[in-house]
Design a binder for this molecule. Sequence first.
Ligand SMILES: [Fe+2]
Length: 223
Amino acid sequence: MPKKPTADIPYLKPCAITDALRKQVAEELPEVAQIGDTSLRQKVVEAWAFALAHSSFKSIRQIPPAGNPDTNEAKRGDQTDHLRGVTRLAVAIAAEMGTAYPELAIDMDVIVAGGLVHDVGKAWEFDPVNRKRWKANQKETGRPSIRHPAFGAHICLTVGLPEEVAHIAMAHSGEGELLVRSLECMIVHQADYTFWNTLLAGGQLKPDTVPPQTRKYITDRPF
Ligand SMILES: [Fe+2]
């Protein structure tokens, strides 16, 4: 059993998931309207509403525009800019490749849904309350205890999203190197890395958040 009291964990004392919260999520992620399947569209909104209600964040906009906590953070914007940008990039890749190679039979609903929820676990991993806990109890909890891809897959499955979408949350990042990505997951993964690498090469990431292995791209670095 955990040695520390867990009552302060936002996930364990969630706020109500209200229609007002669902409406706010749909407004923050307008690309959700591109999902043709009504049930899938509703569950994408539900995933983010569930994630926010089980965190300290009241809005996706309160989550910093970073790939990982304090790492690769854009100089401006917020997490909705990342989610929406990755979704639109993934749609563009899928449209181009799907036109050139129709036999790929890309599922565009899965692309849009996967793009919008691929980082839904950031409401957990970026939560200041969790980060403070993990820093103070690293020996017991690990830091983080669970990265956003795994937690995102948990959220997706909890709200009833299909396995194909939960897989995108699970495998869009480094975790995907441990398994074989689906076609739609590979497209979202490439869109995700394109988003951050474009900002990196263009000098639009905060220099002090860029990891050592890619600091050669930073021209205004303070070191
Ligand atoms: Fe991402």
